[in-house]
Design a protein around this ligand. Structure first.
Ligand SMILES: *[C@@H]1O[C@H](CO)[C@@H](O)[C@H](O)[C@H]1NC(C)=O
Ligand SMILES: *[C@@H]1O[C@H](CO)[C@@H](O)[C@H](O)[C@H]1NC(C)=O
Ligand SMILES: *[C@@H]1O[C@H](CO)[C@@H](O)[C@H](O)[C@H]1NC(C)=O
Ligand SMILES: *[C@@H]1O[C@H](CO)[C@@H](O)[C@H](O)[C@H]1NC(C)=O
Length: 449
């Protein structure tokens, strides 16, 4: 970790904020608020932390009363969970799910904006073998939500572990485990289709990388520049392992003719610390993965197999959780330490810029994201200079910022002008994913920012 990154540093939390509350947002981003720790701030402080960072979506692993009450009137959308331990009861008793929905969902709604109920988590990997209960439990929860008039507003799904796939490489060969297909996958997908819900999946490129670091390139796993991996089945080129894993699930859906079902990534992340054998764990890689993940979502692009589906992603996790069992990595996925300081400041670049990012004038700039293509950049540029009210005189022919005469340079000038004129408010550096924030001023020609 000797060398600071040479590309412009950026604050992913500000990137998040530019996405979270953007009126034009199409993709969505959230965090997992896990609480397997004995040193976390009280829920009202956590909600404040979420709001300060404009984090508008949160996933809970339970329905804790203190947390749900603290989230009331916060504007934050909440995914709540019915834990695996309750699956057999929920499957066998409608009156149980009625009472559960009443006491754990309806009671808080709508002041707490609950949007989904996750029934169980990684159920096929649960050592208590609760698989048989899953779909009946999902159905019962949905029926109970209907009784409380909530089924129009609250969806039901269940996060799968990536190990629900029997094959994921090459991506196009993606297939669900054969023993699960008739037993539970198809009934669950029928349910998701009937209720217009999405398939929830937990996706960790870190696991694949750490187990195969001799075969998988780190830059491919971290969304950094890399030659990509061509799928031998369909010829599509993947530039990130994350995209390849998401598409392996889409391929598995296609193989069973459920092409209409959308995926929500309920967990993804990278640990900032690990044991000696956990190759790739580390603060710099975690910062790269999570920062680039945010940019990836912000790009507004779908995956090679589903270019039109924007990504819905919950990052794992809000805090490092000191009571989690298992390898060191398990306790080190957090974006924040329990004292609310950020884990990833260091590799994000100039410390003076990131430590007070957004709090001081001129410490963040909005730049164009060349990845979205000239056409989208040009549309966003036209908006910024038109009804957006950015000062675009300096990029007119002959003016200071005309050279270099490229769409990226001009859009950067216009986006940044718009962002600064709007006092760097959350959501003003988004432009449908065509823009992102950096913590160093852009550098084009003679132009001053
Ligand atoms: C509410 O949820 C908690 C945790 O999931 C559970 O223990 C409790 O039984 C639920 N309440 C009802 C009335 O079902
Ligand atoms: C779990 O339950 C399924 C379905 O009943 C069964 O096929 C499987 O053998 C069980 N697995 C274990 C480990 O008990
Ligand atoms: C649900 O809505 C219907 C029709 O609007 C209403 O009659 C009923 O009382 C509502 N039920 C609950 C539990 O709010
Ligand atoms: C719930 O959904 C219905 C139908 O889409 C909508 O009219 C209603 O406003 C929603 N309720 C809340 C509290 O968002």
């Amino acid at each position: 970790m000797a060398n600071p990154p040479t590309r412009p540093a950026f604050s992913f939390l500000l990137l998040l904020s530019s996405l979270f509350f953007s009126p034009t947002r199409s993709a969505s981003f959230g965090v997992n608020y896990g609480r397997i720790a004995d040193n976390l701030p009280p829920p009202p402080k956590v909600v404040e932390l979420l709001r300060t960072n404009s984090i508008a979506n949160v996933r809970l692993f339970d329905t804790d009363a203190g947390v749900l009450s603290a989230l009331a009137n916060s504007g934050i959308s909440v995914l709540v969970s019915l834990p695996n331990e309750l699956l057999s009861l929920a499957a066998s008793s409608q009156s149980f799910t009625d009472a559960w929905v009443q006491a754990n969902v309806s009671k808080y709604y709508p002041s707490t904006r609950i949007v989904s109920v996750a029934v169980g988590n990684e159920v096929f990997a649960d050592p208590h073998n609760t698989t048989d209960y899953l779909v009946p439990a999902m159905r019962n929860v949905h029926v109970s939500l209907t009784k409380y008039n909530l089924s129009e507003n609250i969806t039901v799904s269940s996060p799968l572990a990536f190990s629900a796939l029997q094959s994921s490489y090459p991506t196009s060969s993606g297939a669900f485990r054969a023993d699960l297909v008739e037993l539970v996958i198809k009934p669950m997908l029928d349910f998701l289709r009937q209720t217009s819900s999405s398939l929830m999946v937990n996706v960790y490129p870190f696991f694949a990388y750490t187990a195969n670091s001799d075969k998988i390139s780190l830059s491919y796993a971290l969304f950094q520049e890399n030659p990509g991996v061509v799928d031998s089945g369909n010829g599509l080129r993947y530039l990130s392992l994350f995209d390849a894993q998401v598409d392996a699930v889409y391929a598995a859906l296609s193989a069973l003719q459920y092409d209409d079902i959308k995926i929500t990534v309920t967990e993804t992340g990278w640990p900032s610390k690990g044991d000696a054998n956990e190759v790739g764990a580390g603060i710099q890689n975690a910062a790269a993965y999570n920062g680039n993940l945010v940019r990836r979502v912000l790009s507004g692009k779908g995956t090679p197999l589903r270019p039109k589906n924007t990504l819905d992603v919950y990052m794992f996790a809000l805090f490092n959780e000191d009571q989690k069992p298992g390898p060191t990595s398990e306790r080190n996925y957090g974006l924040f330490y329990p004292d609310e300081s950020r884990v990833y400041e260091m590799p994000l670049g100039a410390p003076e810029a990131t430590s007070h990012v957004g709090a001081r004038g001129g410490s963040t700039w909005c730049v164009a994201n060349g990845d979205v293509g000239e056409e989208r950049l040009q549309r966003a540029l036209d908006f910024a200079c038109g009804e957006g009210g950015a000062d675009c005189r300096p990029i007119e022919k002959g003016a200071t910022c005309y050279e270099p005469n490229t769409v990226v340079a001009h859009a950067t000038y216009a986006f940044n002008s718009y962002y600064q004129r709007n006092a760097r408010a959350a959501g003003t550096c988004y432009f449908g994913g065509a823009a992102y924030l950096v913590t160093h001023p852009p550098n084009y020609g003679k132009c001053e920012y």
